[in-house]
Design a protein around this ligand. Structure first.
Ligand code: ATP
Ligand code: MG
Length: 443
């Protein structure tokens, strides 16, 4: 990637253009972090860029962004210097026109994202003091913060994301403007809000991101269910770390390499607690049913944030299942195998592990379930065995197809997994004896 991106700069220069690396790649390189994508800014016009490289795609030619393939299915964005016109509706500029590199720097969100660098000569173009802010570990808007947040309210979330991920502070004026403009976040589409939150939750220091959202007044607007966890006291025996909010944040930080689904499920796993909290006569604090209620609430949040259906289902399922690990040691073979067969099992495990590490620290249930799963993987054995009896067999036995088929087949499969049925003949005999023939479905 980096070599290809250097080559692109050289090609542009040899054709007489000015060209720089800019944005996240320069910021991350200066911080000594791995560089993911390289973005290039140039005075070459899109049609000139397209003439210099093979396979260039224009993304919104009016915005002047060209996507140049660099091999391995990866791409480099090469964008013509531009100046944003007046912003409308807190989201997008009314018009975009090509401009100078100074204009290009002025339209960028934060000083640390507006540093231009030429890796060949080692030169920097840093008109907003981005390198100084990097050294002081500060997120600061380019120009007047109120004006910049008013142009594009998504920048409110981007400021929090960079501050959390890089463990930077937000510069005072930028912070005051962020707090003052927090309510305008509602102008941003739920999808873009969701994607930005996902980046925060899956990046380094997710708990810091949630805390900053809260302090800025954004959490109460975007995720009031999480803000509601503050001050919900729980049993100090099970949760020496503190209330449900403190616990949830600790779970976020305990996750490792979380997928978006696991990160969201971890954030939401205890949202059913405030409404199910009860203090018993003996002083115990309980939250019976918080998993079930939490799953319903998670489904509503996923709808609100327009999650694709499959992701919403996974997040909801993990929240609903998160208490089941509690009695994993008592499960029989079929219960274990059915649990392991869930499409979310890896994420269930990841969330459960973080949940334990962020409270009592005991991992015995996690180890038990994980070891069973790894056993199947090591033996290359399917978690659910191929069924000894199928729906076709039931019809051949004279049973009338209907909703009860599923239940019968499940019962046979359970008996099979528990080792109660040796082979197919025995299984068929078992069905015959139990459910009869000639349309008698049993009850
Ligand atoms: P990441 O590592 O998360 O990709 P990045 O800095 O590369 O960080 P991108 O979202 O990829 O962030 O955007 C690339 C660059 O475009 C930013 O560094 C910034 O200069 C500019 N930019 C992106 N979004 C905005 C915005 N909403 N307003 C102004 N400038 C923006
Ligand atoms: Mg980027």
């Amino acid at each position: 990637m980096v070599d290809a991106a250097r080559a692109i700069l050289r090609t542009l220069r040899q054709a007489g253009h000015e060209a720089w690396w800019v944005g996240g790649c320069v910021r991350d390189a200066l911080l000594g972090r791995p560089v993911k994508d390289v973005d290039i800014a140039t005075d070459a016009r899109p049609e000139q860029i397209a003439g210099l490289f093979n396979g260039v795609r224009l993304v919104g030619a009016s915005f002047g962004v060209c996507v140049v393939p660099v091999g391995d299915g990866r791409f480099c964005e090469v964008a013509t210097f531009r100046r944003d016109g007046r912003y409308i509706d807190l989201r997008r500029p009314e018009s975009v026109s090509f401009g100078t590199r100074e204009d290009d720097a002025r339209r960028r969100d934060f000083t640390i994202n507006a540093i231009y660098h030429d890796p060949d000569s080692g030169a920097y173009f840093d008109p907003t003091g981005g390198r100084e802010d990097l050294a002081c570990r500060l997120v600061r808007t380019v120009g007047d913060p109120i004006a910049r947040f008013s142009e594009d309210a998504l920048r409110l979330l981007r400021a929090v994301r960079f501050a959390a991920r890089l463990k930077f502070e937000i510069e005072t004026g930028t912070w005051e403007a962020l707090v003052a403009r927090a309510s305008t976040i509602s102008a941003i589409s739920p999808e873009r809000i969701r994607d930005e939150l996902t980046l925060m939750l899956t990046g380094p220091h997710p708990a810091r991101a949630v805390r900053l959202l809260d302090e800025a007044g954004l959490l109460g607007i975007l995720l009031p269910e999480i803000a509601a966890l503050k001050g919900v006291e729980q049993s100090p025996v099970h949760h020496p770390e503190g209330d449900v909010y403190v616990h949830t944040l600790a779970v976020m930080d305990a996750l490792e390499d979380a997928s978006p689904v696991a990160a969201w499920a971890a954030l939401l796993h205890d949202i059913g607690k405030p409404a199910t909290r009860e203090v018993r006569d003996d002083g115990r604090i309980t939250f019976y049913g918080h998993d079930v209620l939490g799953a319903e609430m998670a489904a509503a949040i996923c709808r609100r944030l327009r999650f694709p259906g499959e992701e919403a289902d996974r997040i909801t399922a993990i929240v609903g299942r998160h208490m089941r690990f509690m009695d994993a040691h008592q499960w029989n073979a079929s219960t274990m195998r059915r649990f392991l067969s869930a499409p979310t099992i890896r994420e269930d495990l990841a969330v459960h592990r973080a949940d334990c590490l962020a409270s009592h620290g005991k991992l015995d249930n996690w180890v038990h379930v994980r070891d069973r799963l790894e056993g199947f993987v090591a033996r290359e054995e399917p978690v659910l065995p191929p069924p000894l009896v199928t729906g076709r067999d039931l019809i051949a036995l004279g049973l009338a197809p209907g909703p009860a088929f599923r239940r019968i087949l499940n019962e046979v499969l359970d008996a099979q997994m528990e080792g109660r049925l040796a082979g197919r003949e025995e299984a068929l005999e078992w069905v015959r004896a139990r459910f009869g023939t000639g349309g008698e479905m049993g009850t």
